[in-house]
Design a protein around this ligand. Structure first.
Ligand code: ZN
Ligand code: ZN
Length: 179
């Protein structure tokens, strides 16, 4: 994915709004493949700040991940804000300046005066990675798997439930006797 800088680089203070949409290949995560359920959309505001272009972007997409309770595939929406910075290489005169800047931060990218685009695929993937849910759920009230028989409790009713927690049985008996 590339952002268009051809317009914003024309003068200091100029801004440009760029919306890009692209299909990304599956992400590899903890040995699993996470396919995208929809294209990756990036809504970016580029601002020319002199020797650098600042990007404020919003990434919006959805991936397929296993529900952490029932293990069924589920669609997880990702929406996140990110910031990038691109420096104009043509305005940096000595190589040592580039090296000094590069060691400052690896979030900074570079472009040449004649470039019309900056490449952002890796950066956008990174933003998606950081924003993956730790415990994805197919629905907030997913009932998960029965720890005794392994049945998916969203789909079937098993009869292990009472055996899981003996305290529940006590409660039920109490209710029977007292109501
Ligand atoms: Zn689930
Ligand atoms: Zn069960």
């Amino acid at each position: 994915m590339r952002l268009y800088i051809g317009e914003v680089k024309k003068s200091v203070g100029r801004t440009f709004h760029d919306i890009e949409e692209e299909n990304f290949p599956s992400l590899s995560w903890e040995g699993k493949k996470l396919p995208f359920a929809q294209p990756v959309r990036v809504d970016a505001l580029l601002t020319n700040c002199g020797s650098e272009i600042l990007v404020k972007g919003v990434v919006d997409t959805a991936l397929v991940m296993s529900c952490s309770r029932c293990l069924e595939p589920s669609i997880q929406e990702i929406k996140a804000v990110f910031y990038l910075e691109y420096r104009n290489l043509s305005r940096i005169h000595r190589l040592s300046d580039i090296e000094a800047e590069a060691s400052e931060s690896d979030e900074v990218g570079y472009f040449w005066e004649e470039d019309n685009y900056v490449e952002v695929t890796r950066e956008v993937e990174e933003v998606i990675f950081i924003n993956l849910p730790m415990k994805p759920l197919c629905s907030p009230d997913c009932r998960g798997l029965c720890p005794v028989c392994g049945a998916n409790r969203n789909k079937e009713k098993c009869f292990c439930e009472e055996a899981i927690d003996p305290r529940l049985a006590v409660l039920k008996n109490w209710a029977k006797e007292n109501l």
